[in-house]
Design a protein around this ligand. Structure first.
Ligand code: SF4
Ligand code: SF4
Length: 390
């Protein structure tokens, strides 16, 4: 039976751990305290279970850019698992472009995980699984490596996202979909709402044991790969992905219900976004101290964090505008930054491509907005920050 946080009657706990450095020992101590407040690893995982850590390894990037989950956070989780006697620990992802092991090696994640006996893997195998209980998705093509693990620990990154406004705990599970089917998923679920409902189904199907968010340095603006770093100085830990993402929203002055994965996540019973249903705690002297969202926002929040806060408008004029392709978010290429590498064209999941080179590669690619489904894969995958959304 599905676990239903929304109906459970009790509040979902989210632990906020202040941490302003990626120094390994400091991150380890912070996470140890945070995981302790949701029961500790010994109560969450049995030593004989096969554990898969699921970081955000969307694509290869420099360590100085907040694109992927920081290796110090991954190392701290691996160290805690080793200390808890868990022997079979892997970490992996299915990148948008390239291989996860290469993206991990680029930031030194392989070395730090290796220190604690955790193995990095690429999600290359594939298994098709039906999901009759799915609201939006009735089946998934999942990575075999994910299907072979007993426990998933979702170690996500605090970032903005063009389609879903933010990417955090719920969205991070999309990397469990097998590579070839990730692009197809955007055409099957082309709107922010349908894509969010599919993500909620995916979380309910895979049931990560718990979620950790790396918000020490977050990404604002043109996320999830081309935005700018912001020091938020927090780690968040929870068993409820929706509650965790909602705390992230409150810290960046964004109404949680405007994020489709939160709105549908609560409606579909994955978790809760409403403030009165969340117990937000800080570790203090090994014990939890409850704090209000307002206090958290005042102490760790950034009210001017650059994220899309606009309400979605409805009405006849807007519907007509959509029909004629106006008043809609659109990707566009900044010709000065574009190096004509073609990654955006490769990433476009639409048959016949909605972004193409018109005269060889003499000039930057151009969009056919009639074909474009606004999935923003091109913007996400451009390695040169040359695609923006207007
Ligand atoms: S991915 Fe970016 S840099 Fe490469 S062709 Fe597309 S817009 Fe230009
Ligand atoms: S052009 Fe970009 S936003 Fe439009 S469908 Fe293709 S990848 Fe998605």
């Amino acid at each position: 039976m599905e676990e239903n946080h929304a109906d459970a009657g009790k509040r979902s706990k989210v632990v906020l751990i202040p941490c302003d450095t990626y120094e390994e020992e400091a991150v380890y101590q912070a996470l140890k305290a945070g995981i302790g407040l949701i029961g500790g690893l010994e109560s969450l995982i049995r030593p004989e279970e096969k554990v898969m850590l699921k970081p955000n390894l969307v694509r290869k990037a420099k360590l100085s850019r907040p694109v992927v989950t920081h290796p110090a956070v991954m190392g701290a989780v691996a160290r805690l698992l080793k200390e808890a006697g868990v022997k079979n620990v892997k970490a992996g992802d299915s990148c948008g472009v390239g291989m996860a092991t290469a993206a991990a090696a680029a930031v030194g994640m392989d070395t730090i995980l290796g220190k604690y006996g955790a193995e990095l893997v690429d999600f290359t195998g594939m298994g098709a699984v039906p999901y009759e209980n799915g609201v939006q998705a009735k089946s998934f093509f999942l990575s075999r490596e994910i299907l072979e693990s007993d426990v998933i620990i979702n170690v996500c990154k605090m970032k903005t996202h063009a389609l879903e406004r933010v990417t955090g705990a719920v969205k991070n599970m999309y990397g469990c979909i097998h590579g070839l089917h990730k692009a197809k998923g955007h055409t099957l679920y082309p709107s922010a709402d349908s894509f969010a409902r599919m993500l909620v189904d995916l979380n309910q199907f895979l049931k990560p044991r718990f979620y950790i968010m790396d918000g020490i340095v977050a990404m604002e603006g043109n996320g999830p790969t081309s935005g700018d770093p912001v020091h938020m100085n927090v780690l968040l830990v929870s068993e409820d992905a929706v509650a965790l993402d909602s705390v992230f929203c409150r810290l960046v002055n964004l109404k949680p219900e405007l994020v489709p994965t939160n709105y549908h996540g609560e409606k579909m019973g994955l978790g809760v976004w409403q403030e009165e249903k969340i117990e937000l705690v800080l570790p203090e002297g090994g014990k939890p101290r409850e704090i209000s969202m307002d206090e958290a926002a005042e102490r760790w929040g950034k009210s001017d964090f650059r994220v899309d806060r606009r309400r979605i408008k409805s009405g006849n004029w807007v519907r007509m505008g959509r029909f004629f392709n106006v008043f809609q978010k659109k990707p566009y290429v900044d010709g000065e930054k574009c190096v004509k590498c073609g990654v955006c064209v490769e990433s476009c999941p639409v048959e016949g491509k909605a972004v193409t080179f018109k005269n060889g590669r003499k000039s930057p690619p151009v969009y056919d907005y009639k074909k474009c489904i606004r999935c923003f894969c091109c913007q996400e995958m451009c390695p040169h920050k040359a695609i923006k959304v207007k």
